[in-house]
Design a protein around this ligand. Structure first.
Ligand code: NAP
Length: 326
């Protein structure tokens, strides 16, 4: 089958469309024909060789695969389905189901993936599967951040850093749906875009400093640079959810996050998402209810996987870059 591969760590150009054996669903597993995947920021670190402990553990040797989330169709079930999914999909997966999912699996930029039932949920019925691929990774991240970690309430003031990006573009929509007052930070050419997504106000992050923004109950930081400065914008009792931090200052970032959990009323929470069925099913419900929709900047064919990575690295994305497989 066709798959995005790389033979050495490096820049986006190490990626190419190659061929690998088609996987077979083992006992308890599900074979999904992938219609599309998306490019996620965390994949750069893996491809560039900056988290080799993780990438070498997940995939031995080269070529390595890329892609963390997907939307597609169940085409085969392994024997012994002992792991029925829960929640909205109590019967478990069936051949022909339109599903979405992902997790800390590497390799969804390929024609087929083998997953456990807990890694997928039924995709929204009305959604095209290529469009749908924009949501599993960033959508579940935004839900975890705002609903589960920050416990965002109606009427609260929410600041989203990186509002036009993958996670940010969903967080703006979700914040609005939760009834919060949403302030978005994005580059100048994307201010109208984030207002259209539901931001009450939008500011250019290149010209607006933290001091000009006011106070917030919840801050979602998808950028990870100068996060401590933004934390000072929290009202007492406020919560900041950080999903990224600058690897060059990882120790400092981690220690201030840890310290905030012990001291003070302005808490910083960090998490590393590993979504499962329940969260993907919640994502489906948010789409079905109209609270969020996928935001696709550009759809790239699999053969252009390097261009898709290059584009995201260059900055300025509006929502997601999606990679179409079929
Ligand atoms: N912890 C987790 O579970 C988790 C889950 C998902 C993602 N992440 C991480 O979270 C980060 C964001 O993910 P994403 O998918 O939303 O990425 P993305 O689509 O690339 O969006 C990043 C956003 O950050 C903005 N940005 C970049 N540098 C900035 C700066 N110096 N100041 C202000 N804004 C800046 C970008 O705006 P412009 O380019 O337009 O300026 C863009 O809107 C990535 O590092 C990713 O690895 C973590």
């Amino acid at each position: 089958m066709r798959a995005a591969l790389y033979d050495r760590y490096g820049p986006p150009e190490v990626l190419y469309e190659g061929r690998v054996p088609r996987p077979v669903a083992g006992p308890g597993e599900v074979l999904v024909r992938v219609h599309a995947t998306s490019v996620n920021g965390g994949e750069f670190l893996g491809r560039a060789g900056k988290v080799r402990l993780v990438t070498d553990l997940a995939q031995r040797g080269f070529p390595k695969r890329t892609g963390l989330d997907f939307a597609g169709e169940v085409v085969a079930l392994g024997s012994d389905q002992r792991e029925p999914a829960v929640g909205s999909d109590p019967r478990g997966p069936a051949v022909g189901d339109r599903v979405w999912g992902g997790g800390r699996t590497f390799g969804s930029a390929a024609e087929y993936v083998v997953v456990r039932p807990r890694q997928i949920a039924l995709a929204p019925a009305g959604l095209d599967l290529v469009q749908a691929a924009a949501l599993p990774g960033v959508g579940t991240t935004a839900i975890t951040a705002l609903r589960d970690k920050a416990r965002l309430q109606a009427g609260e003031r929410l600041l989203v850093r990186g509002a036009s990006g993958g996670v940010g573009s969903v967080a703006v929509q979700l914040g609005r749906a939760f009834g919060a007052h949403v302030t978005a930070l994005a580059r100048a050419e994307n201010l109208d875009f984030v207002r259209d997504l539901g931001a009450d106000e939008a500011f250019d992050h290149t010209t607006t400093g933290p001091a000009d923004l006011g106070r917030f109950d919840v801050i979602l930081d998808t950028v990870g640079i100068a996060s401590g400065t933004y934390r000072r914008l929290l009202r007492p009792g406020g919560r900041m959810v950080a999903i990224a931090f600058d690897l060059r200052h990882a120790a400092a970032s981690l220690s201030y996050i840890a310290a905030s959990a012990v001291f003070g009323s302005r808490r910083v929470r960090f998490f590393s998402g590993n979504p499962t069925h329940r969260l993907f099913a919640d994502l489906t419900r948010y789409v079905d209810s109209g609270a969020i929709r996928p935001v696709v900047d550009t759809v790239f064919p699999l053969a252009d996987i390097a261009k898709a990575h290059r584009a995201l690295e260059a900055g300025g994305v509006r929502g997601k870059y999606v990679v179409r497989i079929f």
